[in-house]
Design a protein around this ligand. Structure first.
Ligand code: UD1
Length: 420
Protein backbone atom coordinates (compact mmCIF):
# COMPACT_ATOMS: atom_id res chain seq x y z
CA UNK A 1 0.00 0.00 0.00
CA UNK A 2 1.18 3.52 -0.77
CA UNK A 3 1.17 6.63 1.36
CA UNK A 4 1.51 10.27 0.33
CA UNK A 5 3.80 12.70 2.09
CA UNK A 6 2.83 16.31 1.51
CA UNK A 7 4.83 19.38 2.52
CA UNK A 8 2.11 22.02 2.77
CA UNK A 9 2.01 25.69 1.91
CA UNK A 10 3.49 25.67 -1.59
CA UNK A 11 1.75 28.06 -4.01
CA UNK A 12 0.07 26.26 -6.90
CA UNK A 13 0.25 27.62 -10.45
CA UNK A 14 0.21 26.57 -14.09
CA UNK A 15 -2.51 24.31 -15.41
CA UNK A 16 -4.16 20.98 -14.85
CA UNK A 17 -6.16 18.84 -17.27
CA UNK A 18 -9.21 16.95 -16.01
CA UNK A 19 -9.38 13.25 -16.92
CA UNK A 20 -12.33 11.31 -18.31
CA UNK A 21 -15.27 10.71 -15.98
CA UNK A 22 -14.97 7.65 -13.73
CA UNK A 23 -18.66 7.47 -12.87
CA UNK A 24 -19.65 7.72 -16.54
CA UNK A 25 -17.06 5.18 -17.67
CA UNK A 26 -18.14 2.40 -15.26
CA UNK A 27 -21.73 1.99 -16.57
CA UNK A 28 -20.61 2.64 -20.16
CA UNK A 29 -18.15 -0.26 -19.80
CA UNK A 30 -20.96 -2.43 -18.41
CA UNK A 31 -23.13 -1.41 -21.39
CA UNK A 32 -20.64 -3.03 -23.80
CA UNK A 33 -22.05 -6.36 -22.51
CA UNK A 34 -25.19 -5.54 -24.51
CA UNK A 35 -23.47 -6.27 -27.83
CA UNK A 36 -21.17 -8.90 -29.32
CA UNK A 37 -19.68 -6.24 -31.59
CA UNK A 38 -16.52 -4.28 -30.82
CA UNK A 39 -16.76 -1.03 -28.86
CA UNK A 40 -14.04 1.62 -28.67
CA UNK A 41 -13.89 4.01 -25.74
CA UNK A 42 -11.68 7.09 -25.66
CA UNK A 43 -10.61 9.28 -22.75
CA UNK A 44 -11.13 6.41 -20.28
CA UNK A 45 -9.37 7.36 -17.03
CA UNK A 46 -6.68 4.92 -15.91
CA UNK A 47 -7.88 4.27 -12.37
CA UNK A 48 -8.17 1.33 -10.01
CA UNK A 49 -11.99 1.43 -10.40
CA UNK A 50 -11.93 1.37 -14.21
CA UNK A 51 -9.37 -1.46 -14.03
CA UNK A 52 -11.67 -3.39 -11.68
CA UNK A 53 -14.54 -3.02 -14.17
CA UNK A 54 -12.24 -4.14 -17.02
CA UNK A 55 -11.25 -7.21 -14.96
CA UNK A 56 -14.91 -7.96 -14.24
CA UNK A 57 -15.81 -7.74 -17.95
CA UNK A 58 -12.87 -10.01 -18.78
CA UNK A 59 -14.09 -12.51 -16.16
CA UNK A 60 -17.47 -12.42 -17.93
CA UNK A 61 -15.83 -13.26 -21.28
CA UNK A 62 -14.95 -9.94 -22.93
CA UNK A 63 -11.56 -9.41 -24.55
CA UNK A 64 -10.20 -5.98 -23.71
CA UNK A 65 -7.04 -4.21 -24.83
CA UNK A 66 -5.60 -0.74 -24.68
CA UNK A 67 -4.39 0.68 -28.00
CA UNK A 68 -2.48 3.74 -26.81
CA UNK A 69 -5.29 5.81 -25.28
CA UNK A 70 -8.17 3.85 -26.80
CA UNK A 71 -9.83 1.04 -24.90
CA UNK A 72 -11.04 -1.69 -27.25
CA UNK A 73 -13.72 -4.06 -25.96
CA UNK A 74 -14.27 -7.17 -28.05
CA UNK A 75 -16.27 -10.32 -27.70
CA UNK A 76 -15.92 -13.87 -28.93
CA UNK A 77 -19.65 -14.35 -28.42
CA UNK A 78 -19.37 -16.27 -25.14
CA UNK A 79 -20.49 -14.16 -22.19
CA UNK A 80 -20.88 -15.70 -18.76
CA UNK A 81 -23.76 -14.48 -16.55
CA UNK A 82 -22.06 -14.70 -13.12
CA UNK A 83 -20.45 -11.61 -11.55
CA UNK A 84 -18.40 -13.03 -8.72
CA UNK A 85 -18.36 -11.75 -5.11
CA UNK A 86 -14.59 -11.14 -5.19
CA UNK A 87 -14.99 -8.68 -8.07
CA UNK A 88 -18.19 -6.95 -6.93
CA UNK A 89 -17.12 -6.60 -3.28
CA UNK A 90 -14.13 -4.43 -4.24
CA UNK A 91 -16.28 -1.93 -6.13
CA UNK A 92 -19.99 -1.18 -5.76
CA UNK A 93 -20.15 0.15 -9.33
CA UNK A 94 -19.94 -3.49 -10.48
CA UNK A 95 -23.67 -3.82 -9.71
CA UNK A 96 -24.38 -2.16 -13.06
CA UNK A 97 -23.60 -5.38 -14.96
CA UNK A 98 -26.95 -6.73 -13.65
CA UNK A 99 -29.18 -5.01 -16.23
CA UNK A 100 -27.03 -5.74 -19.30
CA UNK A 101 -26.41 -9.43 -18.41
CA UNK A 102 -30.06 -10.06 -17.66
CA UNK A 103 -31.45 -8.44 -20.80
CA UNK A 104 -28.77 -9.89 -23.12
CA UNK A 105 -28.53 -13.43 -21.74
CA UNK A 106 -31.89 -13.91 -20.06
CA UNK A 107 -30.22 -14.50 -16.70
CA UNK A 108 -27.77 -12.82 -14.34
CA UNK A 109 -26.21 -13.83 -11.06
CA UNK A 110 -24.56 -10.79 -9.51
CA UNK A 111 -23.07 -10.64 -6.05
CA UNK A 112 -24.67 -8.19 -3.61
CA UNK A 113 -22.05 -5.48 -3.15
CA UNK A 114 -22.48 -4.98 0.60
CA UNK A 115 -22.08 -1.67 2.44
CA UNK A 116 -19.08 0.58 2.62
CA UNK A 117 -17.69 3.31 4.87
CA UNK A 118 -20.06 5.91 3.45
CA UNK A 119 -23.19 3.94 4.39
CA UNK A 120 -25.37 0.86 4.04
CA UNK A 121 -26.03 1.33 0.31
CA UNK A 122 -29.03 -0.89 -0.46
CA UNK A 123 -29.90 -2.23 -3.95
CA UNK A 124 -33.69 -2.51 -3.55
CA UNK A 125 -34.33 -0.06 -6.40
CA UNK A 126 -32.21 -2.11 -8.82
CA UNK A 127 -34.23 -5.21 -7.89
CA UNK A 128 -37.58 -3.36 -8.05
CA UNK A 129 -36.68 -2.10 -11.52
CA UNK A 130 -35.80 -5.44 -13.10
CA UNK A 131 -38.85 -7.04 -11.46
CA UNK A 132 -41.03 -4.34 -13.01
CA UNK A 133 -39.64 -5.42 -16.39
CA UNK A 134 -40.80 -8.97 -15.71
CA UNK A 135 -37.70 -10.63 -14.25
CA UNK A 136 -38.01 -13.22 -11.52
CA UNK A 137 -35.52 -12.24 -8.82
CA UNK A 138 -34.19 -14.28 -5.90
CA UNK A 139 -31.58 -13.25 -3.40
CA UNK A 140 -29.63 -16.31 -2.35
CA UNK A 141 -26.28 -16.81 -0.62
CA UNK A 142 -25.28 -13.19 -1.16
CA UNK A 143 -26.21 -13.12 -4.85
CA UNK A 144 -29.01 -11.46 -6.84
CA UNK A 145 -30.27 -14.12 -9.23
CA UNK A 146 -32.49 -12.67 -11.95
CA UNK A 147 -34.13 -14.51 -14.84
CA UNK A 148 -36.40 -13.56 -17.73
CA UNK A 149 -36.65 -15.02 -21.24
CA UNK A 150 -37.16 -11.51 -22.61
CA UNK A 151 -37.81 -8.48 -20.44
CA UNK A 152 -41.04 -6.64 -21.12
CA UNK A 153 -41.23 -2.82 -21.20
CA UNK A 154 -43.13 -1.24 -18.34
CA UNK A 155 -43.59 1.96 -16.32
CA UNK A 156 -41.40 2.00 -13.23
CA UNK A 157 -41.03 4.53 -10.43
CA UNK A 158 -37.40 4.48 -9.23
CA UNK A 159 -37.48 6.98 -6.36
CA UNK A 160 -36.24 5.71 -3.01
CA UNK A 161 -36.13 7.11 0.52
CA UNK A 162 -33.16 9.30 -0.47
CA UNK A 163 -34.37 10.19 -3.95
CA UNK A 164 -33.39 8.59 -7.25
CA UNK A 165 -30.54 6.14 -7.67
CA UNK A 166 -27.80 6.85 -10.21
CA UNK A 167 -26.68 3.27 -10.84
CA UNK A 168 -30.25 2.01 -10.33
CA UNK A 169 -31.38 4.25 -13.21
CA UNK A 170 -28.37 3.11 -15.27
CA UNK A 171 -29.18 -0.56 -14.65
CA UNK A 172 -32.86 -0.32 -15.58
CA UNK A 173 -32.16 1.89 -18.59
CA UNK A 174 -29.66 -0.70 -19.90
CA UNK A 175 -32.05 -3.58 -19.17
CA UNK A 176 -34.87 -1.78 -21.05
CA UNK A 177 -32.83 -1.23 -24.23
CA UNK A 178 -33.38 -4.86 -25.33
CA UNK A 179 -36.80 -5.34 -23.69
CA UNK A 180 -39.97 -5.91 -25.65
CA UNK A 181 -41.82 -2.58 -25.97
CA UNK A 182 -41.63 0.75 -24.14
CA UNK A 183 -40.22 1.40 -20.67
CA UNK A 184 -40.77 4.63 -18.79
CA UNK A 185 -38.53 5.34 -15.81
CA UNK A 186 -40.13 7.89 -13.48
CA UNK A 187 -37.99 9.63 -10.84
CA UNK A 188 -34.90 8.74 -12.86
CA UNK A 189 -31.55 10.15 -11.72
CA UNK A 190 -30.68 13.30 -13.70
CA UNK A 191 -26.91 13.05 -13.20
CA UNK A 192 -24.80 13.87 -16.29
CA UNK A 193 -23.34 10.34 -16.05
CA UNK A 194 -26.82 8.87 -16.69
CA UNK A 195 -27.21 11.20 -19.66
CA UNK A 196 -23.84 10.12 -20.98
CA UNK A 197 -24.73 6.44 -20.64
CA UNK A 198 -27.96 7.05 -22.59
CA UNK A 199 -26.02 8.87 -25.31
CA UNK A 200 -23.60 5.93 -25.56
CA UNK A 201 -26.50 3.44 -25.70
CA UNK A 202 -28.14 5.50 -28.46
CA UNK A 203 -24.83 5.33 -30.38
CA UNK A 204 -25.16 1.55 -30.04
CA UNK A 205 -28.62 1.70 -31.64
CA UNK A 206 -30.80 2.05 -28.53
CA UNK A 207 -33.87 4.34 -28.60
CA UNK A 208 -33.75 6.43 -25.45
CA UNK A 209 -35.11 9.93 -24.86
CA UNK A 210 -35.54 12.15 -21.82
CA UNK A 211 -32.09 11.40 -20.38
CA UNK A 212 -31.00 14.17 -18.01
CA UNK A 213 -34.63 14.59 -16.88
CA UNK A 214 -36.56 12.61 -14.21
CA UNK A 215 -38.55 10.79 -16.94
CA UNK A 216 -36.63 8.56 -19.31
CA UNK A 217 -38.43 6.72 -22.11
CA UNK A 218 -36.83 3.69 -23.74
CA UNK A 219 -38.21 1.87 -26.78
CA UNK A 220 -36.79 -1.64 -26.72
CA UNK A 221 -34.87 -2.85 -29.81
CA UNK A 222 -33.88 -6.39 -30.84
CA UNK A 223 -30.13 -5.86 -31.03
CA UNK A 224 -27.45 -3.30 -30.24
CA UNK A 225 -24.24 -2.79 -32.20
CA UNK A 226 -20.71 -1.59 -31.44
CA UNK A 227 -19.88 2.10 -30.96
CA UNK A 228 -16.89 4.43 -30.80
CA UNK A 229 -17.29 6.95 -27.99
CA UNK A 230 -15.27 9.59 -26.13
CA UNK A 231 -15.89 9.92 -22.40
CA UNK A 232 -16.61 13.44 -21.07
CA UNK A 233 -14.43 14.99 -18.33
CA UNK A 234 -14.95 14.04 -14.70
CA UNK A 235 -17.08 16.71 -13.00
CA UNK A 236 -16.09 15.58 -9.50
CA UNK A 237 -12.35 15.72 -10.23
CA UNK A 238 -13.00 19.14 -11.80
CA UNK A 239 -14.92 20.34 -8.73
CA UNK A 240 -12.14 19.06 -6.47
CA UNK A 241 -9.55 21.17 -8.32
CA UNK A 242 -11.85 24.22 -8.23
CA UNK A 243 -12.20 23.81 -4.43
CA UNK A 244 -8.46 23.20 -4.04
CA UNK A 245 -7.72 26.42 -5.93
CA UNK A 246 -10.06 28.35 -3.61
CA UNK A 247 -8.66 26.71 -0.48
CA UNK A 248 -4.98 27.11 -1.39
CA UNK A 249 -5.53 30.72 -2.46
CA UNK A 250 -3.80 29.86 -5.73
CA UNK A 251 -4.95 30.59 -9.24
CA UNK A 252 -4.28 27.99 -11.92
CA UNK A 253 -5.94 27.02 -15.18
CA UNK A 254 -8.28 24.01 -15.09
CA UNK A 255 -8.68 22.58 -18.60
CA UNK A 256 -11.10 20.01 -20.05
CA UNK A 257 -13.83 20.92 -17.61
CA UNK A 258 -17.56 21.25 -18.23
CA UNK A 259 -18.32 23.96 -15.68
CA UNK A 260 -22.04 23.94 -16.55
CA UNK A 261 -22.25 20.64 -14.66
CA UNK A 262 -20.98 22.36 -11.48
CA UNK A 263 -23.79 24.96 -11.16
CA UNK A 264 -24.55 24.08 -7.54
CA UNK A 265 -20.89 24.46 -6.59
CA UNK A 266 -20.63 27.73 -8.52
CA UNK A 267 -23.66 29.11 -6.69
CA UNK A 268 -22.06 28.40 -3.31
CA UNK A 269 -18.64 29.67 -4.35
CA UNK A 270 -20.11 33.07 -5.26
CA UNK A 271 -21.68 33.23 -1.77
CA UNK A 272 -18.38 32.43 0.02
CA UNK A 273 -16.59 35.09 -2.00
CA UNK A 274 -14.79 32.96 -4.58
CA UNK A 275 -14.89 34.23 -8.17
CA UNK A 276 -14.72 31.76 -11.01
CA UNK A 277 -13.88 32.75 -14.58
CA UNK A 278 -15.08 30.11 -17.01
CA UNK A 279 -14.72 30.16 -20.78
CA UNK A 280 -14.06 27.71 -23.60
CA UNK A 281 -10.38 27.32 -22.71
CA UNK A 282 -11.12 26.35 -19.10
CA UNK A 283 -11.72 27.69 -15.62
CA UNK A 284 -9.71 29.97 -13.36
CA UNK A 285 -10.57 30.55 -9.72
CA UNK A 286 -9.93 33.86 -7.96
CA UNK A 287 -9.85 33.09 -4.24
CA UNK A 288 -10.92 35.84 -1.83
CA UNK A 289 -8.71 37.25 0.95
CA UNK A 290 -11.33 36.22 3.49
CA UNK A 291 -13.47 33.15 2.88
CA UNK A 292 -17.06 33.51 4.12
CA UNK A 293 -18.77 30.51 5.76
CA UNK A 294 -21.79 29.02 3.99
CA UNK A 295 -23.94 26.02 4.90
CA UNK A 296 -24.90 23.46 2.28
CA UNK A 297 -27.10 20.40 1.93
CA UNK A 298 -26.26 17.74 -0.64
CA UNK A 299 -28.96 16.60 -3.06
CA UNK A 300 -29.18 14.53 -6.22
CA UNK A 301 -28.20 16.42 -9.40
CA UNK A 302 -28.54 19.33 -10.09
CA UNK A 303 -28.17 19.85 -6.32
CA UNK A 304 -24.83 20.04 -4.55
CA UNK A 305 -23.14 16.65 -5.13
CA UNK A 306 -22.43 14.35 -2.19
CA UNK A 307 -19.20 13.48 -4.00
CA UNK A 308 -17.93 17.04 -3.32
CA UNK A 309 -19.16 17.18 0.28
CA UNK A 310 -15.88 16.15 1.93
CA UNK A 311 -13.85 18.56 -0.22
CA UNK A 312 -16.26 21.44 0.55
CA UNK A 313 -15.99 20.54 4.26
CA UNK A 314 -12.20 20.94 3.96
CA UNK A 315 -12.73 24.40 2.40
CA UNK A 316 -15.17 25.50 5.11
CA UNK A 317 -12.71 24.28 7.77
CA UNK A 318 -10.78 27.45 6.91
CA UNK A 319 -13.71 29.86 6.47
CA UNK A 320 -14.22 32.88 8.68
CA UNK A 321 -17.15 31.57 10.76
CA UNK A 322 -19.50 28.65 11.26
CA UNK A 323 -21.10 26.52 8.55
CA UNK A 324 -23.31 23.43 8.64
CA UNK A 325 -22.99 20.64 6.08
CA UNK A 326 -25.84 18.17 5.72
CA UNK A 327 -25.62 15.12 3.49
CA UNK A 328 -29.08 13.87 2.51
CA UNK A 329 -27.73 11.37 -0.03
CA UNK A 330 -25.31 9.54 2.28
CA UNK A 331 -26.05 10.77 5.83
CA UNK A 332 -23.13 8.76 7.27
CA UNK A 333 -20.51 10.12 4.91
CA UNK A 334 -18.43 11.94 7.53
CA UNK A 335 -15.34 9.79 8.03
CA UNK A 336 -13.12 12.72 7.05
CA UNK A 337 -14.16 14.81 10.09
CA UNK A 338 -11.95 13.02 12.63
CA UNK A 339 -8.94 13.15 10.30
CA UNK A 340 -9.42 16.85 9.45
CA UNK A 341 -9.67 17.53 13.19
CA UNK A 342 -6.27 15.83 13.63
CA UNK A 343 -4.98 18.61 11.36
CA UNK A 344 -6.43 21.35 13.55
CA UNK A 345 -9.91 21.71 12.04
CA UNK A 346 -12.86 22.24 14.41
CA UNK A 347 -15.69 20.09 13.14
CA UNK A 348 -18.27 18.12 15.07
CA UNK A 349 -20.92 15.77 13.82
CA UNK A 350 -24.53 16.00 14.86
CA UNK A 351 -26.67 13.30 13.19
CA UNK A 352 -26.51 13.73 9.43
CA UNK A 353 -24.75 17.10 9.71
CA UNK A 354 -21.26 18.43 10.28
CA UNK A 355 -20.88 21.70 12.12
CA UNK A 356 -17.69 23.51 11.21
CA UNK A 357 -16.06 26.37 13.06
CA UNK A 358 -13.55 27.80 10.62
CA UNK A 359 -9.92 28.11 11.77
CA UNK A 360 -7.15 30.40 10.48
CA UNK A 361 -4.74 27.59 9.60
CA UNK A 362 -4.30 23.82 9.60
CA UNK A 363 -1.21 21.92 10.62
CA UNK A 364 0.27 18.81 9.02
CA UNK A 365 -0.35 15.46 10.76
CA UNK A 366 -0.36 11.74 10.02
CA UNK A 367 -3.87 10.85 8.80
CA UNK A 368 -5.67 7.89 7.26
CA UNK A 369 -7.76 8.02 4.10
CA UNK A 370 -11.10 6.24 4.63
CA UNK A 371 -12.78 6.55 1.24
CA UNK A 372 -12.31 8.14 -2.14
CA UNK A 373 -13.64 11.68 -1.61
CA UNK A 374 -12.50 11.82 2.04
CA UNK A 375 -8.98 11.18 0.72
CA UNK A 376 -9.30 14.13 -1.64
CA UNK A 377 -10.32 16.35 1.29
CA UNK A 378 -7.23 15.24 3.22
CA UNK A 379 -4.96 15.97 0.26
CA UNK A 380 -6.48 19.46 -0.03
CA UNK A 381 -5.95 20.05 3.70
CA UNK A 382 -2.38 18.71 3.50
CA UNK A 383 -1.55 21.06 0.63
CA UNK A 384 -2.49 24.16 2.66
CA UNK A 385 -1.39 23.00 6.12
CA UNK A 386 1.78 24.11 7.85
CA UNK A 387 4.38 21.33 7.78
CA UNK A 388 4.20 17.70 6.81
CA UNK A 389 1.07 15.57 6.29
CA UNK A 390 1.36 11.85 5.81
CA UNK A 391 -1.75 10.25 4.27
CA UNK A 392 -1.98 6.47 4.62
CA UNK A 393 -4.17 4.14 2.51
CA UNK A 394 -4.08 6.36 -0.57
CA UNK A 395 -5.35 3.46 -2.66
CA UNK A 396 -8.75 5.07 -2.09
CA UNK A 397 -7.52 8.14 -3.95
CA UNK A 398 -6.19 6.04 -6.83
CA UNK A 399 -9.70 4.60 -7.29
CA UNK A 400 -10.95 7.93 -8.63
CA UNK A 401 -8.21 10.48 -9.31
CA UNK A 402 -5.96 9.74 -12.29
CA UNK A 403 -2.27 10.57 -11.67
CA UNK A 404 -3.27 12.85 -8.80
CA UNK A 405 0.24 13.22 -7.35
CA UNK A 406 1.75 13.89 -10.79
CA UNK A 407 -0.92 16.50 -11.55
CA UNK A 408 -0.32 18.25 -8.22
CA UNK A 409 3.47 18.14 -8.55
CA UNK A 410 3.11 19.78 -12.00
CA UNK A 411 1.16 22.58 -10.24
CA UNK A 412 4.06 23.10 -7.81
CA UNK A 413 2.96 20.96 -4.85
CA UNK A 414 5.52 19.07 -2.79
CA UNK A 415 4.26 15.46 -2.72
CA UNK A 416 6.09 12.16 -2.47
CA UNK A 417 4.56 8.70 -2.83
CA UNK A 418 6.14 5.98 -0.70
CA UNK A 419 5.34 2.38 0.17
CA UNK A 420 3.77 2.03 3.63
C1 UD1 B 1 -23.37 6.84 -7.57
C2 UD1 B 1 -21.91 7.22 -7.68
C3 UD1 B 1 -21.38 7.75 -6.36
C4 UD1 B 1 -22.28 8.88 -5.85
C5 UD1 B 1 -23.75 8.45 -5.82
C6 UD1 B 1 -24.69 9.58 -5.47
C7 UD1 B 1 -21.05 5.72 -9.37
C8 UD1 B 1 -20.14 4.59 -9.70
N1 UD1 B 1 -21.15 6.06 -8.09
O1 UD1 B 1 -23.46 5.75 -6.64
O2 UD1 B 1 -20.07 8.24 -6.58
O3 UD1 B 1 -21.87 9.25 -4.55
O4 UD1 B 1 -24.14 7.95 -7.11
O5 UD1 B 1 -24.52 10.65 -6.35
O6 UD1 B 1 -21.65 6.31 -10.23
N2 UD1 B 1 -30.38 3.83 -2.63
C9 UD1 B 1 -31.45 3.08 -2.19
N3 UD1 B 1 -31.75 1.94 -2.86
C10 UD1 B 1 -31.05 1.53 -3.97
C11 UD1 B 1 -29.97 2.32 -4.41
C12 UD1 B 1 -29.66 3.46 -3.72
O7 UD1 B 1 -32.09 3.42 -1.20
O8 UD1 B 1 -31.38 0.49 -4.54
C13 UD1 B 1 -30.02 5.07 -1.89
C14 UD1 B 1 -28.58 5.14 -1.43
O9 UD1 B 1 -28.39 4.49 -0.19
C15 UD1 B 1 -28.36 6.62 -1.35
C16 UD1 B 1 -29.18 7.17 -2.52
O10 UD1 B 1 -30.13 6.14 -2.82
O11 UD1 B 1 -28.88 7.13 -0.16
C17 UD1 B 1 -28.39 7.47 -3.76
O12 UD1 B 1 -27.56 6.36 -4.09
P1 UD1 B 1 -27.22 6.00 -5.59
O13 UD1 B 1 -27.56 7.14 -6.47
O14 UD1 B 1 -27.81 4.68 -5.93
O15 UD1 B 1 -25.64 5.81 -5.52
P2 UD1 B 1 -24.82 4.92 -6.52
O16 UD1 B 1 -25.51 4.91 -7.83
O17 UD1 B 1 -24.46 3.63 -5.88
Amino acid sequence: MDKLIIEGGKPLKGEVKISGSKNATLPVLAATLLTDETCILRNVPKLTDTNTMIKLLKSLGKEIDWDKDKLIIMSNGKVNHIADYKMVATMRGSICVLGPLLTKLGEAKVSLPGGCVIGVRPVDLHIKGVEALGAKVDVDAGYIIAKAKRLKGSRVYLGGASGPSVLGTANIMMAATLADGETIIECAACEPEVEELANFLNEMGARIRGQGSPRIVIQGVKKLHGADYKMAPDRIEAGTFVLLSAMSKSTFMIRDIDYQQLMALDDILIKVGVQVEADKSGVRVKPPKILKPMSITTYPYPGFPTDLQAQYTALMAMANGVSVIRDTVFPDRFMHIAELNRMGARIRREGGSAIIEGVKSLCGAPVVASDLRASAALVMAGLVARGKTEIRRVYHLDRGYENIDKKLIALGASIKREKE
